[in-house]
Write a protein that binds this ligand. Structure first.
Ligand SMILES: [Zn+2]
Length: 72
């Protein structure tokens, strides 16, 4: 049986902390330099985790497009 990656609990805790509703969310996981995840293994570090609702990401992209900072 494989070991559960360290980030799973942090993602679940952050999801609960924000009280997110069902839907599409963007999850960012920043591993430490030495994490086994970066060498093809299972995450064993204490990663920084953030979750942003898809709507908020799209609003940010629209803002960047209006500024001309992205293509499309
Ligand atoms: Zn990690």
């Amino acid at each position: 049986m494989s070991k559960e990656p360290n980030y799973i609990r942090k993602v679940a805790a952050e999801h609960e902390r924000q009280g997110l509703k069902p839907g599409l969310h963007h999850v960012s996981i920043k591993h430490d330099d030495w994490c086994d995840h970066l060498k093809g293994g299972v995450c064993n570090c204490d990663p920084d985790v953030s979750i942003v609702a898809h709507k908020a990401v799209m609003a940010r992209l629209d803002w960047l497009r209006r500024k001309g900072w992205t293509q499309n």
